[in-house]
Write a protein that binds this ligand. Structure first.
Ligand SMILES: [Fe+2]
Ligand SMILES: [Fe+2]
Length: 296
């Protein structure tokens, strides 16, 4: 049986109570057919991966708005991909857990949240009229490997990286009244519910790190670095640039060299990096992957 000590029970209990108070069903809470606001961005323009580049200067205002829409669709596609991986990891852990424990029951509640989120992101992509920007074949396979095998610190660290990076963008979006109302509402729902997931994952991670041996920690650092690298790389799918007439590889290269985008990546990862580094999970060869991803 998994962790059922008093401290983890108390955390799970609080999170279950909070879930009862503030949970949303996006299918009914959001008016999916509401017209979009003409001229409003989907992402603060300074968070676009091309902001400040010559390519950005060459776009019309309309194309800039369109680019942020496709960047949001790309992030939503990545978000629901991570959520599918996460749900399977939580269910795998639940398989060994005590179903009468608050801890196991909170894990299932989180899966229920993620089910609604993935439907919400699917609806969002549909409402924006964008394609689903799928992971590359290699990343798709790595995701399958992660969701089939990950446990212990690497499982919860991977969860935290995905959740906290997206959360940084969404907190800014929900507070920015100039943006499209639809993406602000989606972000608000996600931020409220994700705050519980981050709390749960941090609590679990601390316990898993305490229980891990040196070999487990070394493997975890490497896998966590790879997860961070994939997540950073996957935020803006290269095909998103084609929506505004920019060749995917040209757009990607410009974004990688863009100091604004480099600063945005570091900003989005600052909180989770500090937390994982404190826990001893960012070091050695794994740390190089964080650097290569531009996250630190
Ligand atoms: Fe989610
Ligand atoms: Fe989550």
């Amino acid at each position: 049986m998994e962790t059922t000590e008093p401290e983890s029970t108390a955390v799970a209990d609080r999170l279950l109570t909070s879930s009862l108070r503030t949970s949303y069903d996006p299918v009914v809470e959001i008016d999916w057919d509401a017209p979009h606001t003409p001229g409003a961005y989907w992402l603060p323009p300074h968070r676009s991966s091309l902001y400040g580049t010559p390519l950005w200067s060459g776009l019309t205002e309309e194309q800039r708005v369109e680019l942020t829409k496709h960047e949001v669709a790309s992030a939503a596609s990545a978000g629901l991909w991570f959520e599918t991986i996460l749900m399977q990891m939580l269910i795998r852990q639940y398989y060994d857990d005590d179903p009468t424990s608050r801890h196991a029951q909170y894990a299932l509640t989180e899966v229920a949240d993620e089910c609604r989120h993935s439907i919400m992101f699917g609806r969002l992509i549909e409402a924006m009229g964008c394609p689903v920007y799928r992971a590359s074949a290699v990343d798709h396979w790595l995701g399958r490997f992660l969701k089939t095998t990950a446990s212990g610190p690497r499982m919860y660290a991977a969860i935290l990286i995905a959740e906290e990076i997206l959360d940084a963008f969404q907190r800014e979006i929900m507070a920015d009244e100039s943006l499209q109302p639809l993406i602000r509402m989606v972000s608000r729902i996600h931020v409220v519910e994700e705050a519980r997931h981050v709390r749960f994952a941090r609590d679990e991670l601390a316990r898993q790190v305490a229980a891990a041996g040196p070999v487990g920690m070394a493997y975890a650092r490497l896998l966590i670095g790879r997860a961070a690298y994939t997540i950073a790389n996957r935020l803006v799918h290269p095909s998103a640039y084609a929506a505004v007439g920019i060749a995917p590889q040209v757009g990607r290269a410009a974004a990688r060299a863009n100091p604004h985008w480099q600063a945005t990546l570091r900003w989005s990862a600052a909180r989770v990096h500090a937390h994982l580094a404190d826990a001893g999970l960012v070091a050695g060869p794994g740390r190089l992957l964080w650097v290569r991803a531009g996250l630190i």
